[in-house]
Design a protein around this ligand. Structure first.
Ligand SMILES: Cc1cc2nc3c(=O)[nH]c(=O)nc-3n(C[C@H](O)[C@H](O)[C@H](O)COP(=O)(O)OP(=O)(O)OC[C@H]3O[C@@H](n4cnc5c(N)ncnc54)[C@H](O)[C@@H]3O)c2cc1C
Length: 401
């Protein structure tokens, strides 16, 4: 039987700061199961799925078998907790993105933005109805906030409308970029109440009348993720299917601040994946009679990638420590997202160049990370929006418009 130290060394050999030591044995078991599942079932055809924009069959169901939300192994010594520890959440997102940022994003939108819409937004009856089924993947969800004409400024410009008629609401509008909407059972759609002007969230079924979903074509990043346009025409939702605790942008922001840290975790995992892919390539190719890995200039690139990875991991660990204390400080979260996405962008460019021409061919893993970094840089608050949040905290001046 391997010791915890040996298991950690095997699963996270790159973790020089030994941050993963904070994981419990039970948490480590779930992460080992995740790693095993990804490597044994999905490694072989991963680049083909990425090139062809297809989701591996059974992926969502397989993820459900991991019990990564409510396995008793995640709650040993954590009585009363209703979500897994943040250190586990960090390494879960990290391990997924180290393997593939598309699969990490696809699962992340269900288990993060979507799931928290229900967990934070639902009243007791709605949580009773949905949370368990979402957690074990019996039901699939996503998160429908962004619109064709409002991305960064959606809080200010949300155009999708909700009009109340007795016990029903009538929803009209359009959404863009919604990850996994084409396969979701329940879609939390964010819309503005025409009477009060305030945002609300409605549980819309993908197959109900008035809902049309189409997949955005020709993306150059996160190609496995089906990002969707949705149009909503006189869609009827019962008041009982309106998420009762979402009544302002502050309520939506609570969800976004929780999951934004998750993006910094994913960005960090993607750096680790890019480094792994680069090392594999430079150890396997010879030029001028030497392995690429033996050149000083190649080693400089690898060292910079490793230093970005280590810095990004340290920042994640600090955010985890803060959030474990209940402090969801928006400045810290924004710095985590903007810094780690920037470190990722730099690291994938170095890795890509270290792999030469094959670095732009999808058969070699680094190309996937190189392209996917662009999406991570933009989604869940662009680099600029997060910079403006930090800038506001420094100057007291909001420079959004
Ligand atoms: C792969 C992917 C997946 C996504 N998944 C989802 C999802 O599941 N659900 C969902 O609701 N949304 C999703 N999004 C949407 C995402 O959150 C938006 O793309 C993001 O908010 C930016 O909006 P935009 O693309 O419309 O860019 P815009 O807002 O049009 O911005 C374009 C550029 O202008 C900059 N900019 C805008 N305003 C300012 C300003 N005031 N000052 C300085 N610069 C500014 C931006 O930073 C950006 O660089 C996803 C996006 C991507 C790319």
């Amino acid at each position: 039987m391997a010791t915890k130290e040996e298991r950690l060394k095997k699963l996270f050999p790159e973790d020089v700061l030994r941050i993963s030591e904070d994981l419990s044995e039970g948490e480590l078991t779930i992460l080992e199961n995740l790693y095993e599942l990804l490597e044994s079932k999905y490694r072989k055809d991963l680049n083909t799925h990425w090139s062809n924009c297809t989701v591996p069959e059974g992926f969502f169901e397989d993820m459900g078998t991991l019990e990564y939300k409510y396995s008793p192994l995640l709650y040993e010594g954590r009585e009363g907790a209703d979500t897994p520890s943040l250190i586990f959440q960090f390494f879960f997102a990290y391990t997924m993105a180290r393997f593939d940022p598309s699969l990490a994003t696809l699962n992340g939108v269900h288990s993060g933005l979507g799931f928290y819409s229900f967990l934070y937004g639902g009243d007791d009856a709605q949580k009773e109805k949905y949370i368990k089924k979402l957690a074990n993947h019996e039901l699939r969800t996503c998160f429908a906030l962004t619109e064709p004409d409002h991305g960064s400024d959606v809080a200010w410009g949300l155009q999708t409308t909700a009009r109340r008629e007795g016990d029903k609401w009538i929803i009209n509008g359009a959404k863009r970029w919604i990850g996994g909407a084409n396969v979701a059972d329940v879609i939390p759609v964010y819309a503005r109440d025409v009477e009060t002007g305030k945002p609300k969230a409605f549980i819309v079924r993908r197959d109900q009348p008035g809902v049309e979903v189409s997949v955005i074509q020709n993306k150059i990043a996160l190609r496995i993720v089906p990002n969707c346009d949705i149009t909503l025409t006189d869609v009827v939702v019962e008041e009982s299917e309106r998420l009762q605790k979402i009544n302002s942008f502050k309520d939506i922001a609570r969800i976004l601040y929780t999951t934004r840290a998750g993006v910094s975790f994913m960005a960090t995992g993607a750096i680790a994946g890019a480094l792994e892919a680069t090392l594999k390539y430079v150890n396997g190719r010879t030029q001028f009679g030497k392995k690429l890995s033996q050149f000083q200039l190649t080693q400089q690139k690898l060292a910079k990638m490793k230093s970005n990875l280590t810095t990004a991991m340290a920042l994640c660990a600090s955010i985890v420590r803060l959030q474990e204390k209940g402090d969801y400080n928006e400045v810290a979260t924004s710095i985590g997202k903007l810094n780690n996405a920037e470190m990722l962008r730099e690291a994938v460019a170095l890795g890509r160049s270290a792999c030469g021409g094959n670095g732009i061919v999808a058969d070699y893993d680094i190309a996937r990370f190189f392209a996917d970094a662009e999406a991570i840089y933009t989604y869940e608050g662009t680099h600029e929006m997060n910079s403006l949040i930090v800038g506001r905290s420094l100057t007291g001046e909001a420079a959004f418009n």
